[in-house]
Design a protein around this ligand. Structure first.
Ligand code: NAP
Length: 316
């Protein structure tokens, strides 16, 4: 059984940053990533709000830089690597895949979040045939077509703006008459000629034969039901945490996010959480990076047995 000081589960911004700090602490660590290092940011177009890149940077490019930095410091990354189970055995934290068991003194859970489903008829049936959860991946297939984007948050607007580079018209369908997204994104969307807003409306059904042909809308103010002809329906109605692995081990909040203190400590000693999977107040690359650093330093102190002195803040 391979043995580590720290196992980091998840290779997005939080996990990769934790890896940088664990490597610099000269601890034996490994990052286990289910898909490819970079996480959600790998399917993001331009990142405009991560400091240090005044002209913005493409999500994949930014994440490849994170990965290079981690690897340059000697941190091991296993990807694709799917963790199936976590178990606590005294002071040991065991991580199971289909083929092996790894052992560590501390775990950092940085498994992120996944796109939420809308839960309407037609959604499952047409996924991959017009229904998509990734504008960056699928926009190309909708050249000169009309598409719907459902949601009013940052993701919906970023993806809608990206879709305008390919689609003929992009209808943003939002359940209220006010957007949740950052003002700068709203301004960009409002001045884009290809974007039309459909306010106070929800999608009741996605219709088609072999692929999406229309969405059925209900106006929440007057109850009116209508059909909007579109060939694509992109759904961005928020995220759910990837906390299944630890749901019976650490405390979760009512939405399934891992509960931590300011040191990213969970309810179980030696298990830390960082990034979108924990109950943080803001889900950004910059906050995930901060979490990754805090979780790694907390894990380092836990391993060194310095936890009792931890309530004074780390300054270097
Ligand atoms: P979000 O901020 O939770 O927004 C979800 C949107 O979907 C909201 O407008 C919500 O409406 C709507 N919605 C939720 N359930 C719905 C339903 N059943 N039917 C119709 N509409 C529904 O999620 P997100 O946009 O995916 O963003 C997730 C996090 O990532 C956020 O913290 C965001 O700031 C961050 N993020 C940041 C960036 C960036 O900074 N560039 C980019 C992407 C994501 P209501 O407004 O009415 O609740």
């Amino acid at each position: 059984m391979a043995s580590y000081d720290v196992i980091i589960i998840g290779g997005g911004p939080a996990g990769l940053t934790a890896g940088i700090y664990i490597a610099r602490a000269r601890l034996k660590g490994v990052i286990l990533e289910k898909m490819m290092p970079g996480g959600q940011v790998m399917i993001t177009t331009k990142v405009d709000n991560y400091p240090g890149f005044p002209e913005g940077i493409d999500g994949p490019e930014l994440m490849m830089r994170f990965e290079r930095q981690v690897k340059n410091l000697g941190m091991e990354i296993k990807a694709p690597y799917e963790v199936k189970k976590i178990e606590i055995q005294g002071e040991k934290r065991l991580v199971y895949s289909d083929t092996e068991i790894l052992e560590a003194r501390a775990l950092i859970i940085a498994t992120g979040a996944k796109y939420r489903k809308l839960g309407v008829p037609g959604e499952k049936e047409f996924t991959g045939r017009g229904v998509s959860y990734c504008g960056t991946c699928d926009a190309l297939f909708f050249r000169d077509m009309d598409v719907a984007v459902v949601g009013g948050g940052d993701t919906a607007l970023v993806e809608a703006l990206h879709l305008t580079k390919f689609a003929r018209r992009v209808f943003i369908i939002h359940r209220r008459d006010e957007l949740r997204a950052a003002k700068v994104l709203q301004e960009e969307a409002f001045k884009n000629d290809k974007i039309e807003f459909i306010w106070s409306s929800v999608v009741k059904e996605i219709k088609g034969e072999n692929s999406v042909q229309a969405v059925v809308l209900e106006n929440r103010k007057n109850g009116q039901v209508s059909e909007l002809k579109v060939e694509g329906c992109f759904i961005f109605v928020g995220m759910d945490p990837n906390s299944e692995l630890v749901k019976d081990i650490v405390e979760l909040d009512e939405r399934g996010y891992i509960v931590t203190d300011v040191y990213c400590r969970t309810s179980v000693k030696g298990i830390f959480a960082a990034g979108d999977v924990r109950n943080n107040v803001l889900k950004q690359i910059s906050t995930a990076v901060g979490d990754g650093a805090i979780a790694a330093v907390s894990a380092e102190k836990y391993i060194a047995g310095h936890e009792s002195r931890e309530d004074t803040q780390q300054t270097t």
